[in-house]
Write a protein of this length. Structure first.
Length: 231
């Protein structure tokens, strides 16, 4: 607020200097106006610099806290707010996330054997899905809505191919939260084209982790087959 005050007051003095015909007063007002504007600009630069330093410190602290979680593979968001990790030594999938920098870090650990489904989602549309077919039913969207999907495709055929959110959705054996979601890209209300590099990079990473988790699901599906056979 003080920054705006200094700049506006300086501009007023500069206008007065331009309007007054008395040379001495004109020069005094000009110098006062110039000084006030400079003070406002310097304060603005200083505040932005301090804010950038504080943000960098919080980001580094968040990154260090997440990286301290035991893991063998990981992906970390650019803002250091959330991460997806694998610990192959303990057979754990870990989702670490916080609402804002400096906030409390929430860590959710899921044993590999408790992961039942994984799907790639673009906005509210399921693109790919892998499930453990030894389990009956699904908590994710069923694949029997071909007519509705066809209608949606016809309606959107002439529209630009854009996306606002790209994520993985998982069904796990976790009573408090059986459906988990990890977001790789979220542009909120500003859709981006699938031709843009931001989308392509996010999709490449999303597909990579979809494949990892699919392998985990199928691995434990195969491990259960002998047990079901002898039952």
């Amino acid at each position: 607020m003080k920054i705006i005050f200094f700049i506006l007051l300086g501009i007023i003095y500069l206008f007065l200097a331009n309007a007054i015909n008395i040379i001495i007063i004109q020069e005094v007002f000009f110098l006062i106006g110039l000084a006030l504007v400079c003070i406002g600009i310097v304060r603005y630069i200083k505040e932005r610099y301090l804010a950038a330093q504080a943000l960098a410190a919080l980001t580094e602290a968040s990154t260090e806290e997440i990286m301290a979680i035991p893991h063998t593979q990981y992906t970390l968001s650019s803002n250091a707010l959330h991460a997806l990790l694998l610990n192959e030594q303990t057979n754990m999938l870990i989702i670490a996330q916080r609402e804002e920098l400096g906030g409390e870090l929430t860590i959710t650990e899921i044993p590999f054997s408790k992961i039942y489904e994984v799907a790639i989602m673009e906005d509210e549309v399921f693109m790919l899905k892998t499930k453990n077919y030894l389990m009956s039913g699904s908590l994710l969207e069923e694949d029997n809505e071909d007519e509705e999907l066809a209608e949606q495709e016809d309606e959107e055929e002439e529209e630009e191919d854009t996306v606002t959110k790209l994520s993985l959705k998982l069904v796990v054996d976790h009573l408090s939260d059986p459906i988990l979601e990890y977001t790789f890209m979220d542009t909120e209300e500003d859709p981006i084209s699938k031709e843009e590099d931001e989308y392509k990079e996010a999709m490449e990473l999303c597909e990579k982790w979809y494949q990892k988790i699919s392998v985990i699901i199928k691995r434990h599906e195969l491990e259960r087959v002998p047990i079901r056979h002898w039952q």
